[in-house]
Design a protein around this ligand. Structure first.
Ligand code: PEP
Ligand code: MN
Length: 338
């Protein structure tokens, strides 16, 4: 349920309504807006008798929220959320590019690629240190050493960094070193990890599970926001289909759906979404055209010898071409890159 206060409602009236909600055994979430304050209510198991709240001074109307997710829904929060990643703002009209290797492999590798990415125009540096690999025999990431190398490269080239946490232990380390904590597709429904991510004190990048519906994605985000962390960026990274010309099927229709349903920013990942280097630039162009708030792409100084996801990693010069093309489209669709 959502309470919309009158335009001229006083802070004291908002407070009294919140106190009444608390007295009913429910949780109020006051959300000050440009025009008026709204108060979301969570914690109810069924319908709430709203008649008392409707009569209270300052209350304009009470809306029953039909969506199963509350805090992340647009019904609760009309304006777009802009997530501040150590100075880089995600959402609200800008188009953000997160780029870097699938995995941090060495000091030289991450330094070389960070220098190129910064010069070409990336906004956030990515690089996995804890890798959720299909095979236990594949490279699993450098762990904390990888986080240190990533953080150092980020500082050296003035790029905030994003990297994945795969469990409770790595989450603590990732939150210490990274500006944006990534929860990967395989963990989208790891609810205890989502709760912890909600308490980690960092913004969170939540990737869609490979067979998750958008309702499930938004419910997963609800877990994070419900812990008091409103700074969530969603990511469409492709879903499993019968198609075998790509690794996954990048579901670009997810972008406008989520933007209508939720106030959270959403980016696309054409690298994992396609698994093929030659598809990454076209689908990056499509992502900005369809309204995504940004993209995450894998770029490696030597993709052919990458320890993970080489076939989908761009060469630095391809990334330059990508930025050029995306910038051209930004001009047409009224977006800007920095
Ligand atoms: C990644 O970004 O490195 C990754 C493993 O992505 P996903 O969780 O989408 O597979
Ligand atoms: Mn990867």
């Amino acid at each position: 349920m959502l309470i919309v206060m009158e335009t001229h409602a006083t802070p004291a009236q908002v407070q009294i309504v919140c106190a009444e909600i608390t007295a009913m055994g429910l949780t109020p979430h006051p959300m000050p807006g440009a025009q008026r304050t709204a108060i979301g209510i969570t914690g109810n198991k069924g319908a709430v008798d709203s008649s008392r709240l409707e009569q209270m001074p300052g209350v304009a109307r009470v809306i029953q929220v039909t969506a199963p997710y509350k805090l992340v829904s647009r019904e609760f929060h009309e304006e777009n959320t802009i997530v501040d990643v150590s100075g880089v703002k995600v959402g609200g009209g800008r188009f953000i590019i997160m780029a870097g290797p699938c995995a941090v492999e060495s000091a030289e590798q991450i330094d070389t690629i960070a220098a190129s990415l910064r010069e070409i125009g990336a906004h956030i540096l990515r690089g996995g240190a804890f890798k959720p690999r299909t095979s236990p025999y594949s490279f699993q990431g450098l762990g904390e050493d990888g986080l240190k190398l990533l953080a150092e490269a980020g500082k050296r080239y003035h790029l905030p960094v994003v990297t994945e946490a795969i469990d409770n232990e790595s989450l603590e380390l990732v939150a210490h070193y990274a500006d944006l904590v990534q929860i990967g597709a395989r963990n989208m429904q790891n609810y205890s990890l989502l709760r912890r991510a909600g308490r980690c004190g960092r913004p969170v990048l939540l990737k869609r599970g490979m067979s998750a519906t958008l309702d499930e994605l938004l419910m997963a985000a609800e877990y994070i926001v419900n812990e008091g962390n409103p700074n969530v960026v969603l990511c469409e990274r492709g879903v499993r289909t019968f198609a075998d010309h790509t690794r996954n099927t990048l579901d670009l229709s997810a972008i406008p759906f989520v933007q209508r349903t939720s106030h959270l920013p959403i980016i696309a990942d054409p690298s994992h979404g396609t698994g093929r280097r030659d598809k990454v630039i076209p689908l990056s162009c499509a992502s900005i055209a369809v309204g995504a708030d940004g993209i995450m792409v894998e770029v490696h100084p030597h993709p052919d010898s990458a320890l993970s996801d080489g076939p989908q990693s761009l060469f630095p010069e391809q990334f330059r071409d990508l930025v050029k093309r995306v910038t051209a489209i930004a001009g047409v669709v009224g977006r800007h890159l920095n």
